[in-house]
Design a protein around this ligand. Structure first.
Ligand code: ATP
Length: 261
């Protein structure tokens, strides 16, 4: 997927402009930026849910707006931020809904569709939740279920809006591992995160967004530095390579530590 000079926003409320980005197979692009800078709005535009206000947005060289929704869904899956749900579908049913774009209008999911859905639940360690109601599981479990649903969609590109936001430490690691595994199996992934350390854990490239514009783009060591994080979030952050972890980690300097500098 590629965006060129993309402007995006809501009717009468432009949010961002001048966005030029591309994501390819076997690549993870991580989008970071402060609250309200436009990440979700950009994602909704990439997903064809909001029309671009200007510029070009293409998938396999074709404008995204030309794709029918079922056709688009066979290429691109979305993991939204997990909110609550009012519909008591089972976890298995929620995951199997991902197969909709591959099932005829009046057809029901086949044994093959159920098999793919179960494999997605297995991959994320969620089989024990298969029969539970989506309304009666925790926020983190709902988030993991939505990731399983995206896997069951068998798309080439998965767009994930803060996929680790409501997850405990273990599930965050599982999701980061899963993202790396998905890249290894040939998928393209675009995700947003508020944890700059996650860029080092899974991203090939990082795009920094501020006030609806991309203000930095590069590999994690190029894009995620104390200077860029200060510019983005207005706080001092230590970015240090950690031998035991095999990658850099980021920690904000707090109160008394900042005063000692
Ligand atoms: N439906 C809407 N109509 C008009 N403006 C909106 C709408 N939804 C969001 N906005 C505005 O668009 C701007 C960008 O919001 P967006 O949700 O894209 O930010 P974000 O970077 O995803 O934030 P966060 O990190 O807090 O999730 C904000 O100023 C927000 O108030």
């Amino acid at each position: 997927m590629s965006a060129r000079e993309l402007a995006f926003g809501y009717r009468g409320t432009p949010v961002g402009e001048g966005v030029t980005l591309a994501v390819e197979a076997r690549n993870v692009l991580c989008l970071m930026g402060p609250n309200g800078c436009g990440k979700t709005t950009l994602f909704r535009t990439l997903l064809g849910l909001l029309p671009p206000l200007a510029g070009r947005l293409e998938l396999h060289g074709r404008p995204v707006q030309e794709f029918s929704r079922p056709e688009f869904a066979r290429h691109v899956a979305y993991v939204p931020q997990a909110g609550s749900s009012y519909f008591p579908f089972s976890v298995m049913e929620v995951v199997t809904m991902a197969r909709a774009s591959r099932i005829g209008t009046f057809a029901t999911p086949s044994a093959h569709d159920r098999q793919i859905s179960m494999a997605a639940l297995e991959r994320l360690g969620l089989v024990h939740l298969a029969g539970r109601s989506f309304t009666e599981i925790s926020g983190g479990e709902r988030q993991m279920t939505l990731i399983a649903r995206a896997l069951a969609q068998e798309a080439e590109l998965i767009v994930m809006d803060e996929p680790t936001a409501s997850l405990d430490f273990g599930n965050q690691a599982r999701v980061l591992d899963c993202i790396n595994e998905l890249r290894g199996s040939g998928l393209a992934i675009v995700l947003s995160t508020h944890d700059p350390g996650h860029a080092f854990a899974c991203a090939d490239r990082v795009a920094l967004m501020k006030k609806g514009r991309i203000v930095g783009l590069g590999t994690p060591p190029e894009a995620v530095t104390p200077e860029t994080l200060r510019g983005l979030y207005g706080v001092e952050v230590a970015v240090e390579f950690m031998q035991g972890a095999g990658r850099s980690i980021c920690a904000p300097a707090l109160g008394r530590f900042r005063q000692q500098e």
